[in-house]
Design a protein around this ligand. Structure first.
Ligand code: URA
Length: 235
């Protein structure tokens, strides 16, 4: 629950005292009823109107985090350090990760306070491809690219078409790039294992057209700019 004047000032371009004036003048209605009490308590998701116009809830925190290995993709945990612990308290209490990376996976993770945005980005219908860089114990089998493209029938699900690109060798490991448009548990690791290449190191480098900012140190974050946000919401 939140105060009506707080809701109005956060979601209209006006200050808290202007919001109070709007409310007292009878311009604001909640669930069809005019409310003239600034500290009237409302649910965050209920219908609030200014005249005939619905006041949409603006939720506006969007960060790119370079997740380090060793922290879990959760808001809170009694034992492990979480991705939220990498943010100052006042931000950490408002945001959550969009999807998950395994504890040992590094790289691009979006953190937001916008549930709809999160839902859209995660929806399989949206076909947002996520790009991963992996170092593997061995080179994937010869037909691995075709197998990824066709989809792999695991016992519990069949993967949607994915892309695999061989990048070369580094420190005796085979380096590959994988693009998938789902986010099943251990999906990249399972897919690479299926083609004979066990993952030793995994990093997410992109989501849709958005690429991880190379200048972001592990464990640090920055706000997404307008253009980057558009890249994530364009479909
Ligand atoms: N696939 C995996 O196997 N692990 C991740 O963290 C993300 C995708």
């Amino acid at each position: 629950m939140t105060r009506l004047d707080k809701y109005v000032s956060e979601n209209l371009p006006c200050t808290r005292s202007e919001a109070k004036k709007l409310i007292c003048s009878g311009r604001i209605s909640v669930k069809g009823e005019i409310i003239k009490v600034p500290d009237f308590k409302i649910e965050e998701d209920c219908d609030v109107f200014c005249g005939q116009k619905r006041i949409e809830k603006i939720s506006g925190l969007y960060f790119m985090l370079n997740k380090p290995a060793g922290v879990i993709s959760a808001v809170k945990d009694d034992i492990h350090k979480t991705v939220n612990d990498l943010f100052p308290k006042e931000l950490a209490s408002r945001i959550f990760p969009v999807g998950r990376l395994d504890v040992d996976t590094e790289g691009l993770l979006i953190m937001t306070d916008d549930g709809d945005f999160c839902h859209r980005l995660e929806s399989p219908k949206k076909n947002v491809y996520k790009t991963y860089f992996a170092k593997c114990s061995k080179k994937p089998s010869e037909d691995a690219e075709r197998i990824f493209e066709k989809g792999i029938a695991f016992k519990d699900y069949t993967t949607r078409p994915a892309r695999l690109r061989l990048l070369g060798e580094e420190d005796g490991c085979a380096c590959v790039e994988v693009e998938i448009c789902e986010g099943r548990f251990h999906q990249v690791k399972r897919m690479l294992h299926h083609v004979g290449a066990d993952v030793i190191y995994l990093k997410r480098t992109g989501i849709g057209r958005l690429k991880l900012d190379q200048s972001l140190e592990k464990g640090t974050y920055r706000a997404l700019n307008e253009e980057e946000l558009k890249m994530l919401t364009e479909n």
